[in-house]
Design a protein. Structure first.
Length: 103
């Protein structure tokens, strides 16, 4: 369990995407309890201005904004992620191209 906000602004490439994954396919929990942020353009796990990023196997919870926020991105893949108790979208994608979600 991690009580923190995570911001990803790095990119991978088509042939070598940036992969951020829970260890051993167990859902790492990212908890937003206590974090104050505006609802617009924010999330406990946020990917901004990035390309070719894969998020795999996270449980995001207790956010006063989005659980997972993806903004101004290309080719982002969200796999086996879950979101609970968020004030805004559980998983929100804005101003982005080619976002792939699979649960």
């Amino acid at each position: 369990m991690y009580n923190e906000q995570i911001r990803i602004r790095a990119s991978g490439t088509k042939s070598n995407p940036l992969v951020i994954k829970s260890l051993h396919d167990t859902a790492a929990v990212i908890d937003g309890t206590g974090f104050i942020m505006s609802e617009s353009g924010n999330g406990i796990l946020a990917v901004k201005n990035a390309a070719y990023v894969n998020l795999i196997g996270f449980k995001v919870q207790n956010s006063v904004a989005n659980g997972i926020y993806i903004g101004n991105c290309e080719n982002i893949r969200v796999t086996r992620c879950k979101s609970y108790n968020t004030q805004s979208s559980g998983i929100g994608v804005w101003f982005s191209a080619c976002a792939y979600l699979s649960f």
